[in-house]
Ligand binder design. Sequence first.
Ligand SMILES: Nc1ncnc2c1ncn2[C@@H]1O[C@H](COP(=O)(O)OP(=O)(O)OP(=O)(O)O)[C@@H](O)[C@H]1O
Length: 221
Amino acid sequence: MSLLSVKNVSYRYENTKRRALKNINIDFEAGKVYCIIGKSGSGKTTLLSLLSGLDVSSEGSILYENNDLGKADRDDYRAHKIGVIFQGYNLLLNKSAYENIELSMAISKSKHTHDRQYILQLLQSVGIDEKTAFRKVLKLSGGEQQRIGIARALSHDPNILLADEPSGNLDQETEAEIIKILVDLAHNQNKCVIIVTHSKKVTKYADEIWGMSSGNLVYAG
Ligand SMILES: Nc1ncnc2c1ncn2[C@@H]1O[C@H](COP(=O)(O)OP(=O)(O)OP(=O)(O)O)[C@@H](O)[C@H]1O
């Protein structure tokens, strides 16, 4: 059964002539890794912003568990159903990994916000040990920062993880470790993992690859 369903979605930015997305149709299921590839400017980020509930399309609809996001409480959707992982990690550099997670959980009003054991276990699950958890993020490597980014995205236990070039800033070995975590989340923890990527290493592990070209999304294998 489809968890997130995009139906006939088109999108045009204000004061522009061309549509950035043209009649997009795709179904996302739990337990799978989806890769979206495509040239710069093809519409990938625009699609991610609609999937993450940041914006709504005027044409077509996006359904989460059959509920239209255009009519739903999108703040609730963003706080509880979906986790987002960024290329640039977007962490608070002067805070520790632990504090970054705690703060994010406080914002989404998680019942585990002050549960030290929960937060340390979450960090442990992505390979961040207790000592590292209390060091300032700016002292950590890119790979460690991305692990924390993944832990933060997971902190409110979402069903869907959206990742925008999650390994774009990492060396090959570290990239492989990050991919392993994301694939494991889909295949062993039943998350729906959606990755925008240019990396062939990442697409190798995808269950479905979709290509974006001039606002059109086409199944690519
Ligand atoms: N805020 C905006 N206002 C107007 N046009 C925009 C805006 N953001 C993006 N666009 C246009 O929409 C189209 C799709 O852009 P989008 O950022 O989704 O592409 P992308 O595939 O994510 O590119 P990249 O790989 O460089 O991030 C492009 O033609 C872009 O110029």
